[in-house]
Design a protein around this ligand. Structure first.
Ligand SMILES: [Zn+2]
Ligand SMILES: [Zn+2]
Length: 204
């Protein structure tokens, strides 16, 4: 028993030390990798406008790492860290549309058939609340502007239960009708104005 323990314990410790050594080596490696990455980013920013010829920044660092416990099976190792980073080419003008001095043009919300543009995505005119009523009711009901509802040309509107909105002028037989559903687009303000839209009286 004691003989077994006398052999097993040093073996176990030896294995543990090796493992620990290896983990520490990996830790050093990933720390260095992080440093190279940061350095690569900084250099790529500094190299803005110099992408003629070599478009990339290449960094390689070779270090001889000594194991923490030299008796282990990995007495030393060569660590190679590297980083390849494309030189910065500036902002994407399509993405960040607007004037050059860092000011982005305001984006507004519109619907395909709507005649107004909205600043507020949650504007009530952009998101009309859909109400349910009976088909009979819809024929005599009036919207909030005092106008009569008519049957929708797209879905027919002839069902026992129909759907209307506060400001709409159609009643729909299905809630998924494209006449009822709205696709909201987000476009630059200048584009909204040039397409003939006016500011929303509520949020524009
Ligand atoms: Zn609005
Ligand atoms: Zn409809």
């Amino acid at each position: 028993m004691t003989v077994e323990a006398a052999i097993a314990l040093p073996l176990f410790l030896y294995a543990m030390i090796n493992l620990l050594s290896l983990i520490l080596l990996f830790r050093d490696f990933s720390l260095e990798e992080g440093k190279q990455h940061q350095l690569g980013r900084e250099l790529s920013l500094l190299a803005y406008g110099q992408e003629t010829g070599e478009p990339d920044i290449r960094l390689v660092k070779i270090t001889r790492a000594k194991a923490v416990v030299p008796i282990a099976a990995f007495p030393s190792a060569v660590l190679v860290n590297g980083c390849v980073m494309h030189k910065w080419i500036g902002y994407d003008l399509q993405e960040g549309a607007g004037s050059g001095n860092g000011e982005r043009e305001e984006l507004v919300y519109v619907t395909e058939s709507g005649t107004a543009w909205h600043r507020d995505r949650a504007c009530i005119y952009l998101n009309p609340s859909v109400q349910m009523m009976s088909g009979e009711q819809a024929k005599t009901a009036r919207n909030k502007n005092g106008r009569r509802y008519r049957a929708c040309e797209l879905c027919g509107g002839n069902s026992a239960v129909v759907y209307v909105t506060d400001s709409g002028e159609r009643y729909h037989s299905t809630v998924t009708c494209s006449g009822l559903k709205r696709t909201i687009n987000c476009i630059p303000l200048s584009e909204a104005v040039s397409s003939g839209r006016h500011a929303c009286p509520k949020c524009g």
